[in-house]
Design a protein around this ligand. Sequence first.
Ligand code: FES
Length: 172
Amino acid sequence: MASSSVVQGAQALLQEQEETIEERLNEILSSYQGKKEELIPVLQQVQQVSGYLPEPAMKRIAKFLKLPESTVFGVGTFYAQFKLVPSGRNIIRVCRGTACHVRGATCILGEAEKQLGIKPGESTSDLEYSLEATACFGSCALAPVMVISNSVYGRMTPARVKEVLANVGGEK
Ligand code: FES
């Protein structure tokens, strides 16, 4: 989906983000005592600051809390609240709640996967898009529903998914 120069730009941005996160991590860790019970609060705070849990930060947290890296990565991957990859600029959320499921959410999600070339929980390599399958948005009357940033798209069909995503791409 992305040209190599766009991917390189995204990688440079990512590296810049990681350097900033490294600086913020020092600040965050200075307010903790280094006890293993602090793992979840530390991860939550790092994610709040950076939007995800970068691998170098996880390793540093493991050292700080004197925990095996496998424990820190295990917690980071177990809880749905934590993300191990950065989010794309446009987050495409497809509802998989009951009403949407009954009205074809699986096809909607499948079309979004096809158009973006990624699975739920992933981002495109140029960090333009992330795809998420989520719980009910509370707009069941419009099922099946897709949400991009704060815009709700209701009564979706696979053809509309293609159309909407093409327009999101066009706004770049
Ligand atoms: S089930 Fe999808 S919006 Fe409620």
